[in-house]
Design a protein around this ligand. Structure first.
Ligand code: AMP
Length: 216
């Protein structure tokens, strides 16, 4: 079972995909996390990637497709993959189909989280990430506590692209480059729309129901 989690920046893709991984044992591939790992390495490629991310633009398809191909090629036994933040344009959607075919796999469904721009800005500008374990929290409505997070609070940071200026551009990029993918998946009859404005647990309840109803 392979699932694509689709939606604008700040729609809750990371939060929901972590829950799916926990309950369904899928392997998560977040291209954003993979790119941030590359930045952490301090390589010259990492520095190039950081400047693109901080502008709110998309990293080149070549870099992304290489990252994905490396992972798919090295994942031999898995229950399936949850793609978070990938594909982000039509070309990536087409290369994902080609790549999955090579491994006799397909996308079981695309879950599209629908959230309006005001909510996105509010969510992203109050988002906190744990730089140690990668957990995602929010200063207002999903606070890190001793019960839901075991790392020291000093590891909670704001991503460098989670500021109002970058968010505006990320949203533009989403509308221009990423939104057209919706039609591609509607045509394949695998798109499921979910109201991403609801509470985290309610969104997840709906996601669970959809995944439970899939046969592959
Ligand atoms: P995310 O963590 O998914 O919000 O991604 C953060 C940033 O990484 C995006 O704003 C893009 O600059 C870059 N990025 C992540 N995934 C992709 C992708 N599939 N294609 C191109 N750029 C990406």
């Amino acid at each position: 079972m392979n699932i694509v989690l689709f939606g604008p920046p700040g729609a809750g893709k990371g939060t929901q995909s972590d829950k799916i991984v926990k309950d369904f044992g899928l392997t998560k591939i977040s291209t954003g996390d993979l790119l941030r790992n590359e930045i952490e390495k301090g390589s010259s490629l990492g520095a190039k990637i950081k400047s693109i991310i901080d502008e709110g633009n998309l990293v080149s398809d070549d870099i992304i497709n290489n990252l994905i191909e490396n992972i798919l090629g090295n994942t031999n036994s898995y229950k399936g993959i949850i793609f978070d933040g990938y594909p982000r344009n039509l070309r990536q959607a087409q290369s994902l189909d080609t790549l999955l075919k090579k491994y006799n796999q397909k996308i079981s469904c695309v879950l599209s989280l629908e959230v309006n721009k005001n909510a996105i800005i509010e969510r992203i500008t109050s988002r906190l990430i744990c730089s140690k374990c990668g957990s995602i929290f929010n200063k207002h409505f999903n606070k890190a506590t001793k019960d839901n997070h075991s790392c020291d609070p000093k590891f909670l940071i704001t991503r460098s692209d989670d500021n109002i200026k970058t968010v505006e551009n990320r949203f533009e990029t989403y509308n221009k480059e990423t939104m057209p993918i919706i039609k591609y998946y509607i045509n394949q009859n695998i798109l499921k729309e979910i109201d991403g404005m609801q509470k985290i647990d309610q969104i997840y309840k709906e996601i669970r129901q959809i995944i439970d109803s899939l046969d592959t």
